[in-house]
Design a binder for this molecule. Structure first.
Ligand code: HDD
Length: 716
């Protein structure tokens, strides 16, 4: 199968996965049983071997089946277990996918923190990362327009550090107390539970208008950031402002950032929409397959640091989660790398039961007075109580790799057996006592706090539009078009004129032409005047076009090669070799999945190829690019096949690279034929392919493959 084409890497990766056990993987093996190792018999949960797990004990007669007996403990146990398989899904971020990995540092941040995980460059800290969508329920689709969760559990030597972030650097609200409102407004409406995993409805946009503070974030969600091509190709942000404390006791404010080495890439909206139906597990599978193939995704880890004394030097409040810290003002210092290198063994016990708490920090890291973070610190522990119970931290995926010892006891499903005659401190034995700071104890930063008790925030929290403008101004032209189209789509799904009319007014506070374009589309009043002058400023790092990989690559991209009987074998083999050499994944898509024969060969010749899929089984949306080799008979068949024509047209509509040689060149041109359309000539395309695939290990193979394919005749 095509997915095993990274066979060499894959074997190495698999070996690494089995031999190189991180401290966490070794820890998990204590609780892991393998149904594939050794011979096992089915037993009941209380250990008795069973001889029949299909037939409930009954009173049988020769010609009659009798009533089932309630006395059957095996049948009852099986049904009881099944009835209780589900736990409450997460109230937000219910749908997700996770993987194990490691975190390493290439530069110590000892000048700003004493945290071992951020200062000890010899360490490899095991991590578990769970990606998620926010609004959909557990069975919803991966590719919907939504924020993506990026939650990292660092199993450090000093305890677990949970960094529970998103792929967007800001949030909808400033105060945690509004969280139930923003989520209720985004989730399905309460009367009919519609729509699923969508923000395209009245309530969501009603909320957005009524909360001007949400303006900056909704601009991000309407951008391409909320329809990522892959979890592997999006940034991760801690969002909230945390603090770092160094060995001298000095405190700084900090934001945490992960930037993917593969670059930041997105779908076009039409692809995302279709994929939600065609392959709802697209992102989950993409992550799984990449790791399984040894193409381990990596991110650079960075910090933005503001010394405590400079807290008030900015025109925005640095504790306001609806604001980012522009890189021009606070540069990102990249100090480490995160790599995912191991898939889970079991979804439920690992990805579903993993539980994060923003309040879980380690010495050297602290909170700030960010009012969103403070509320989050209460909420996460609380939600784990209802999802998993009070002993949730004992679950294998959640327990730390460092020793845990204290006087907490009991509770439902307690697992740990603690020996000894005391369970309180102080005790006459001096057993299990607090640590000193020198022994690694967590020291709370002695922050001076004074003020009037009131439900209010500092004045800078009241400005909501500067950064929404900054974001929009920083977009490239195509990104601006996408935002207009996205708002057009979302507000078109709102049938209450109050909602879409008001939203068009709100857009007028960002940019007049944005508001005009959207209002035209959705039927709002087209404004003639801006409600607020656009300041015209731009910032670095907001347009995702700035995040192209250092060396352009097509590695891990999925490329479909479409053929029928009579295909040109030289072109077919050439392009396949080229794609493989570049570390991308070729998938042969045939008119059928039974063997297809090259030009001049027929059944019985022993030659031919068994396609990975057939044209009806897949869609162009599932691939990053398509290629059609020549071969008169093959191309003729494809020309007459409506689905084949649709594949090419659709890929073209999604602006994908399409390659063709020989007879297929005319086919591709005809399939995409639109008035005024022109194609780049062959050599340009070969060159641009070579540029994007130049690889250190096999510098010429891709070119050679392409040349081979090109040798067949014309090339598009
Ligand atoms: Fe949250 C889950 C990210 C604000 C309350 N949140 C959750 C997850 C992510 C985030 C990635 C999924 C974790 C996992 O994979 O298990 N949340 C964020 C970010 C926020 C944010 C980046 C803004 C900076 N969240 C936020 C607020 C509250 C919550 C203000 C409540 C006051 N979040 C929760 C929760 C969840 C959760 C209800 C549901 C499941 C869970 O915690 O474990 O407690």
């Amino acid at each position: 199968m095509a997915s095993s084409i990274l066979a060499n890497v894959s074997e190495k990766a698999k070996e690494a996965m089995t031999t190189e056990k991180s401290a966490k993987v070794a820890d998990l093996s204590r609780d892991t049983r393998d149904i594939h190792s050794g011979t096992h018999h089915i037993t009941s949960d209380y250990g008795v071997k069973q001889i029949n797990t299909d037939d409930w004990l009954t009173i049988a007669n020769d010609d009659k089946t009798g009533p089932l007996l309630l006395e059957d403990p095996f049948a009852r146990e099986k049904i009881h277990r099944f009835d209780h398989e589900r736990i409450p899904e997460r109230v937000v971020h219910a749908r997700g996918a996770g993987a194990f990995g490691k975190f390493t540092l290439f530069e110590s941040a000892a000048d700003v923190t004493s945290a071992g995980v951020l200062t000890d460059t010899s360490r490899e800290t095991p991590v578990f990362l769970r990606f998620s969508t926010v609004l959909g329920s557990r069975g919803s689709a991966d590719t919907v327009r939504d924020v993506r969760g990026f939650a990292v559990k660092f199993y450090t030597e000093e305890g677990n550090w949970d960094l529970v972030g998103n792929n967007i650097p800001v949030f909808f609200i400033q105060d945690a107390m509004k969280f139930p409102d923003v989520i209720h407004a985004g989730k399905p409406e309460p009367n009919n539970e519609v729509p699923q995993a969508q923000t395209a409805h009245n309530n969501f946009w009603d909320f957005q208008y009524l909360h001007p503070e949400a303006t900056h974030m909704f601009m991000w969600t309407q951008s391409d950031r909320s329809i990522p091509r892959s979890y592997r190709m999006m940034q991760g942000f801690g969002v909230n402002t945390f603090t770092l404390i160094n060995g001298k006791g000095e405190r700084s404010f900090v934001k945490f950032i992960f930037t993917p080495d593969l670059g930041v890439h997105s779908f076009v909206w039409d692809e995302a929409l279709k994929l939600a139906g065609q392959d709802p597990d697209f992102h989950r599978k993409d992550l799984w397959e990449a790791i399984d193939n040894g193409a381990f995704p990596t991110w650079k880890f960075g910090v933005q640091v503001i010394p405590e004394a400079e807290e008030h030097n900015f025109e925005f409040d640095i504790l306001d989660a609806t604001k980012l810290w522009p890189e021009e003002l606070v540069p990102i210092r990249y100090i480490g790398q995160l790599e995912l290198n191991r898939n889970v063994d079991e979804y439920f016990t690992q990805t579903e039961q993993v539980a994060f708490c923003t309040s879980h920090i380690v010495p050297g890291i602290g909170f700030s007075d960010d009012p969103l973070l403070q509320g989050r610190n209460f909420s996460y522990f609380d939600t784990q109580l209802s999802r998993l119970g009070i002993n949730w931290q004992e679950l294998p995926i959640n327990r730390p790799v460092c020793p845990v010892m204290n006087h907490n006891r009991d509770g439902a499903m307690r697992h740990t057996i603690t020996k000894g005659s005391v369970n309180y401190w102080p005790n006459r034995f001096e057993a299990v006592k607090p640590a000193t700071v020198q022994e690694g104890g967590y020291l709370d930063y002695p922050e001076k706090v004074a003020g009037i008790k009131a439900r209010t925030k500092a004045p800078k929290f009241r400005e909501h539009f500067n950064q929404a403008q900054l974001f929009y101004n920083s977009m490239s032209e195509p990104e601006k078009h996408h935002i207009i189209a996205a708002l057009g789509f979302e507000l078109d799904h709102c049938d209450d004129p109050v909602v879409y009319t008001r939203m068009c007014e709100r857009l007028c506070e960002i940019d007049l032409s944005l508001a005009q374009n959207v209002a035209e589309l959705v039927g709002g009043d087209v404004p003639q005047q801006a409600k607020r002058q656009n300041h015209g400023k731009k910032a670095k790092g907001l347009s995702q076009l700035e995040y192209m990989p250092e060396k352009p690559t097509i590695a891990t991209r999925r490329i479909a090669i479409i053929i029928a009987d009579g295909y040109d074998p030289v072109a077919y083999n050439g392009i396949k070799a080229a794609i493989t050499a570049a570390g991308a994944l070729p998938f042969t898509i045939g008119v059928r999945r039974n063997t297809l024969f090259p030009a001049g060969e027929s059944k019985g010749s022993g030659n031919g190829v068994v396609p990975d899929h057939h044209l009806e089984g897949m869609r162009s949306t599932m691939f990053d690019s398509i290629f059609v080799p020549g071969g008169a008979q093959s191309v003729e068949t494809l020309r007459k096949n409506g689905r084949a024509v649709h594949w090419v047209r659709e890929a073209f509509g999604h602006l994908k690279a399409i390659g063709a040689v020989g007879e297929a060149v005319a086919f591709v041109k005809d399939a995409c034929a639109l008035p005024g359309l022109s194609f780049s000539e062959s050599s340009d395309v070969v060159d641009s392919y070579s540029v994007v695939t130049a690889s250190q290990t096999q510098p010429n193979s891709f070119k050679e493959g392409i040349q081979m394919a090109k040798g067949a005749k014309d090339f598009v």
